[in-house]
Design a protein around this ligand. Sequence first.
Ligand code: FES
Ligand SMILES: [Fe+2]
Length: 447
Amino acid sequence: MNDIFRSPLTMDGKDPSNLRGDPIDAERYFSKEFAQKEWDHLWTKIWHIAGRTNELQEAGDYIVHDFMHESVIVVRQQDGGLKGFYNSCGHRGIRLVSGSSYADEFKCPYHGWAWAQDGSLASVPDADNFARGNPCGKIRLREVRVGTWGGFVWYTMNPDAPELLDYLAPFPRLFEAYPMETLIRVYQVKIDMRSNWKFAPDNFSESYHVRTAHPQIPSFIDQDHWIARLEMFPNGHGRTVQPFRPSLRDRLPDGVANPFDGLLREWDIDPASYPDFETKVSQGWLDMKAQKRRLWKERGFRHYEHMDDEQLTDSIHTTLFPNISITFNPDSIFLMRTEPDPDDPNCSTFDFWAMAFPVEGATHSETPMVGDEKLPLVEAEPLRRSFDQGRGVPELAGGVIVQDLYLAEDVQRGLRSRGYQEPYLANSETRVGFFHEVLNDYIAGRR
Ligand code: FES
Ligand SMILES: [Fe+2]
């Protein structure tokens, strides 16, 4: 087996003594003043994801990422590199482009200035009509810094931000076994929510809510808090590692098939070969690791090649400070992200990208990606929906994501109550407190 790597940066995410104990006031979820501080001290300082690297295959391919009132373009260059620009014409400021596409040059729709793929000004109409001389060679599009990790294209508006891989540390090392650039995004949706963006980092920093809010999960992901490994890292990131097997105390009634049995059968293990439930759960989980090691090559599961024993059989749910969550499963990766509304702190958008690893000879994802559906292994067109009490995303009905999104809007309502009290956190919610402490550090300019 490949050794399981533990980063020296790891702090115990179940130990509240790792917290200062900052209060979590409710105003931060709805006050415009706090949202302005987040813009000034957080969003303009951190790294953002613009899209996937496979959207930028040829020179001139570009991604547009709108964030609050800002918009950024990332363009594949002739030399194969990437450059990023603010989406604002250098003549009189109009937004240059809307959706992601391809361009030989960016021709402004207002007065026709033509910007080259590298952000230089290629030509202007009536170049002899400027008292200060032809602007070509004098003016460029304003740049943002760009980087790549995990098959994602990142940018930051902050000239002084740390290098991307340092900002993400220790994730690049923790997840280097996954060939993330081969992922196929088989489903992507952006959902308008009536909730502050911080619902998601709060929610994804703990799995304490799972047994109540997602009653279908404990029969296939162990939810016992003494089993889960909760980790947090100095940059504000964190992860929860839980085995893909039922918790021993979450037993389905006799006669109801356990989803774990199906997982065992997929790897040619007979669930009936174990004398009792306990043995099936503990030994079956170990047998599944061994069986995956034995069979991955002949079954074309190339993405298993460098995975360690934990990655082969566990659910690894991460939070990337501040607003991104990535779930690493053996055969798929899910990205969840919230971004604030430009004007109303009570609103945000929620992105859900379901990505699958290709398996040789397979036409569909190995595991269900949306509802019970295994989706075709092709890049999906982006969807834009309004949550509308779940009615806007019928294909997600009954699933884990929608269960969380219902909570998001009710949390927002409850937080505005005069009855709101300081949270009384469980040990396994330590990362919720840590998220707010790192956020406070940014707001105070300490990061
Ligand atoms: S604003 Fe772009 S050419 Fe005038
Ligand atoms: Fe949840």
